[in-house]
Design a protein around this ligand. Structure first.
Ligand code: TYD
Length: 135
């Protein structure tokens, strides 16, 4: 089982010039799993809290493409708060970690690179079920 300490912030490649920045992620080069799905959270009302689930298999790179928000990671023994506000960094969430997301800034965009296509069967949505699973 992975622990919250295994979920690291990763520096992404950044191409910088006077006209701005580009960050590029290529399968097989810049990301430690094959990206099968990309999605993003946006138009998030102030005060919203999201997440509240774990995954059996899914790994993710989470990027604050715009604005900021906080991920709370939980492995059943320890929790860790990760504040994301830099599009050149990703939070790598490993399988089996419970997560909640809060403190979305106005206009924030949470970009997610995911290792699997969407499957509701991969979700653990009840915290007691999660605690049983990781035992
Ligand atoms: P969910 O992953 O629970 O959102 P969050 O963790 O951001 O709170 O997904 C919210 C809803 O969207 C849920 O009904 C499932 C659906 N959904 C898909 O259909 N496909 C997807 O790839 C994702 C991420 C969610």
């Amino acid at each position: 089982m992975y622990k919250v300490a295994d979920c690291k912030i990763v520096d992404l490649p950044k191409i910088h010039n006077e006209a701005g920045n580009i960050t590029v992620l290529q399968n097989g080069k810049d990301i430690p799993f094959e990206v099968k799905r990309i999605y993003y959270l946006y138009d998030i009302p102030m005060g919203s809290e999201r997440g509240g689930h774990g995954h059996y298999e899914l790994q993710q790179y989470i990027i604050a493409a715009s604005g900021s928000f906080t991920f709370i990671l939980d492995d059943g023994n320890n929790t860790k708060e990760v504040f994301l506000n830099d599009p050149s960094k990703a939070l790598h969430i490993l399988p089996g970690i419970w997560r909640e997301i809060k403190n979305f800034s106005s206009g924030s965009i949470c970009l997610v690179m995911a290792s699997q296509i969407y499957s509701e069967k991969d979700y653990i949505r009840n915290y007691d079920d999660y605690l049983n699973y990781i035992k």
